[in-house]
Ligand binder design. Structure first.
Ligand code: AGP
Length: 611
């Protein structure tokens, strides 16, 4: 989604803005722009379609410098990707604005402004905000008050940064529904959609709360809360280094992140699963009491995080023996759920800013759940701040749009949740020790699986010219097949679907022929024999099978069947995380062969902060 950067400093801020935009590229965007107060105190704006590199080249051709500026990467919602729809948008008398989010009542406001004589040069909802601020500033005098009056009229979600030629030392910032941070510097202050953008200039951050409006000056920061009272927000030190979000020796972030998984999973378990025991206090001080009272679990998430939730459902039922439901956040938020007694509400999200997941959590808080728990990768995110209990995955920054290490660390964290719940619902210390041990072994099993990379790269050559693919799994491996299909479609643009293998004969078998590769995840579990019968059904119709199989599965390569042998001794509790790895690598190599943009696939955003 859109990215915002702003700076007010003693030095020329153009390099800070451009580097900030570059660091926000992973969020997904289609155009970029910058507005700066130049040496003569006038707004100078550059906007380009395409990558930040194109904007940078445009600035190099027509150089501009200044001490105050805002910049933006736009992910189109209202109006096509084009220069005139790109931000910043400008209103009369030199007011410039960048915006992330969606304003739902923009048409109504636009009509009113047109009646007042304002002319529109774009199709965006953002331009409406710019003119509205101008309109209020005429009456109220200063920019801060004009922004406050404007946000009071807005319906929807936004993070805004606004500057004006009249006030050459300040950026006004507002937040409702979309994240924005202030970076506290020594020779100035900075603003951005997330900390990654500002790590080269500061490690000290203030996180705005919902409804806050801030005035960020070179030497001072003033924040008012949603009621207009002065708010004191803490300054926190980020543990991330500026190069934590760099590619290093890897050609793509996605590849780097795939290879980081053994470490990321181990870090997620560190000091939380020790001596054969799980420390439920890792979920927060209230966790023990909540888990003791939990009688059912409702899981909510989107995309890859949803797939992690579906895996967890199987284990919550099998191991903790509690009923568990999983639902996609964008659907759940518009239902009127009947909540069984003592149900724990669990959200899963890499970013912690996914609009649908956040909305579901807010709705759940009114719906009578026992408590809310979030499993999330970003400690400062809205989801973490608004949940009663939290278990942070420690994947580190995930930059590639395709979720990889976020997923396997989510599976690990959910494995911990299963053990924690099981402890209070009939599991004895010995079984707990066994399950914790299985979790601790996962990093080494992932490491071994990564050695299959060469074979998978070779396999990918047989896929790159295909238009469709089918992924099969059974039981807790069905969501892994779903995740494999999502990875393949999102980065290689090959259409892929996943089915529980037993469902084939109820329809999808009609699609199977020599042109439809069928990818199967086949660990050695209690559904293996059933799965093997399903594979016979595919072979009998001429389908080409590619099977990631346990060495003892009794499946070997033959005509039309290619088997890639997975590591030995992968238990059913470990298999979802381990068997995900080859599917990530397969998608990655197919995308490389097809020449797609692996880290920033078309039309997608890393953090979906709008509905
Ligand atoms: C998957 O590769 C995608 N990046 C996407 O499905 C993602 O998992 C989804 O948008 C949810 O994001 P979140 O985990 O940040 O909430």
């Amino acid at each position: 989604m859109c990215g915002i950067v702003g700076a007010v400093a003693d030095r020329n801020v153009i390099p800070i803005l451009i580097e900030g935009l570059r660091r926000l590229e992973y969020r997904g965007y289609d155009s970029a722009g910058v507005a700066i107060l130049n040496g003569s105190g006038q707004l100078s704006r550059q906007r380009t379609v395409g990558k930040v590199r194109v904007l940078q080249e445009a600035i190099e051709e027509t150089p501009v410098a200044g001490h105050l500026g805002i910049a933006h990467t736009r992910w189109a919602t209202h109006g096509a990707p084009s220069e005139r729809n790109a931000h910043p948008h400008i209103s009369r008398d030199g007011i410039a604005i960048v915006h992330n989010g969606i304003i739902e009542n923009h048409e109504e406001l636009r009509e009113e402004l047109a009646g007042l004589g304002y002319e529109f040069t774009s199709e965006t909802d953002t331009e409406v905000i710019a003119h509205r601020i101008h309109h209020h500033k005429q009456k109220l005098g200063d920019l801060f008050r004009a922004v406050r009056a404007t946000v009071a009229e807005l319906e929807g979600a936004y993070a805004l940064a606004v500057i004006s030629e009249d006030e050459p030392d300040s950026i006004i910032l507002a937040r409702a529904g979309c994240p924005v941070v202030i970076g506290v510097g020594t020779d100035g202050n900075f603003v951005a959609s997330d900390v990654a953008a500002l790590l080269p200039v500061t490690r000290r951050f203030i996180f705005l709360e919902e409804g806050d409006v801030a005035e960020v000056r070179r030497q001072s920061i003033r924040i008012l809360d949603h009621e207009g009272n002065t708010a004191r927000r803490p300054v926190s030190e980020s543990a991330l280094s500026a190069d934590a979000a760099e590619k290093g020796e890897y050609s793509h972030y996605m590849l780097k992140e795939i290879h980081e998984q053994p470490r990321a999973v181990a870090q997620t378990l560190d000091e939380r699963a020790v001596g054969g025991k799980l420390l439920e206090a890792a979920f927060g001080p209230l966790a023990t009491e909540v888990f003791r009272r939990t009688e059912a679990v409702q899981i909510i998430a989107c995309g890859t995080s949803f797939h992690a939730g579906v895996v967890a459902k199987y284990f919550v039922e099998q191991i903790a023996r509690l009923p568990c439901w999983v639902e996609i956040a964008s659907e759940y938020r518009y239902r009127n759920p009947v909540v069984p007694r003592n149900t724990l509400f669990v959200t899963i999200s890499q970013s912690g800013e996914t609009a649908d997941t956040l909305a579901a959590l807010r709705m759940a808080k009114q719906a009578g759940y026992l408590s809310s728990l979030s499993i999330c990768n970003v400690p400062e995110s809205s989801l973490v701040r608004e949940s009663d209990l939290v278990l942070l995955t420690r994947a580190g920054p995930e930059i590639g749009v395709a979720s990889t290490k976020a997923f396997t660390t989510q599976l690990t964290a959910l494995g911990m949740l299963v053990v924690a719940l099981a402890k209070f619902h009939g599991t004895d210390a010995e079984r707990e020790r066994g399950l914790v041990q299985r979790l601790i072994e996962i990093p080494a099993l992932i490491e071994k699986t990564l050695h299959l990379d060469g074979q998978i790269r070779e396999l990918a050559t047989r896929f790159a010219d295909k238009r469709h693919a089918l992924f099969l799994g059974r039981g807790q491996m069905h969501p892994i097949a779903m995740e494999g299909a999502l990875k393949l479609k999102e980065i290689s643009y090959i259409h892929a679907e996943a089915y529980p293998a037993g469902e084939l004969k109820h329809g999808p078998l009609a699609l199977v022929d020599a042109e439809m590769p069928v990818i199967v995840v086949a660990p050695n579990n209690d559904l293996l024999e059933k799965l093997k019968s399903n594979l016979q059904e595919v072979r009998a119709r001429g389908g080409e099978l590619y099977v990631f199989a346990d060495p003892d599965a009794g499946i070997s390569s033959s005509e039309g069947v290619t088997v890639i042998t997975m590591p030995k001794h992968v238990s059913h509790f470990q298999a979802p995380a381990v068997y995900t790895i080859p599917l990530q690598l397969l998608a990655y190599h197919c995308a490389i062969l097809k020449g797609t943009d692996v880290d920033q696939p078309r039309n997608l955003a890393k953090s979906v902060t709008v509905e």
